[in-house]
Design a protein around this ligand. Structure first.
Ligand code: IMP
Ligand code: MG
Length: 198
């Protein structure tokens, strides 16, 4: 039987934009629960602080946090990376800092996607200086082919090919974050300009 490729049209897309489903909502939810369980197994007796990177990580973080039993707290940090097109430029800027100190705490940075690694490299450098007890990284998606900075995630939801993806928190020009699953966005050439916020 031929494989059916689902395209999301409807209210989400503008003319010239197409989204093809890559990972369904159900697969994402199942995988997040596995990661949540793994995290608690790795730190059985410790209060955990999940640090979500706004805005892309909020959906991942909210499912992850609810899947981890025991003591879990949340904080948020925001960065901006500038670039034309659907690529990041590597210039990263902190736009919102954490509310509280992380000194002596077990911190898990929760990010939507690890692409070039520039964003996480920057964040990890800042957070290391604040002397957490442990610092770990959980990402929903990993695009290993695109890596520039030597950064690795401790927990990875899915490794994906080198395509621009949207949904489940990931945006194109601030849109598509609310898609239930993750899909590959394709654009007609003249629609490609845009800024993407982390
Ligand atoms: P990095 O600094 O290149 O690793 O990219 C990190 C940020 O770029 C992510 O947190 C996303 O906000 C954004 N990004 C990278 N790849 C994608 C993608 O395929 N879709 C949407 N956003 C992306
Ligand atoms: Mg992000």
């Amino acid at each position: 039987m031929a494989t059916k490729v689902k395209t999301i049209r409807s209210a989400h897309s503008r003319p010239g934009e197409k989204v093809k489903v890559l990972i369904t909502r159900d697969r994402i939810h199942r995988r997040i629960l596995e990661i949540a369980k793994q995290i608690r197994q790795d730190f059985p007796d410790e209060p955990l602080l999940l640090v979500g990177v706004l805005k892309g990580a909020v959906f991942f973080l909210s499912d992850l946090a609810r899947g981890i039993p025991g003591e879990v707290s949340l904080d948020f940090i925001a960065v901006s990376s500038y670039g034309k097109d659907t690529k990041t430029s590597g210039q990263v800027r902190l736009t919102k800092d954490l509310d509280a100190s992380i000194e002596g705490r077990t911190v898990i940075v929760v990010e939507d996607i690890l692409d070039t690694g520039m964003t996480l490299q920057y964040l990890l450098r800042i957070l290391e200086q604040r002397k957490p007890k442990r610092l770990r990284v959980a990402v929903l998606l990993d695009k290993p082919e695109r890596r520039i900075a030597a950064v690795q995630a401790d927990y990875v939801g899915f490794s994906i090919p080198n395509e621009f993806v949207v949904g489940f928190g990931l945006d194109y020009a601030e849109r598509y974050r609310n898609l239930q699953g993750v899909g590959v966005l394709s654009l007609k050439a003249h629609d490609k300009a845009g800024k993407s916020e982390a």
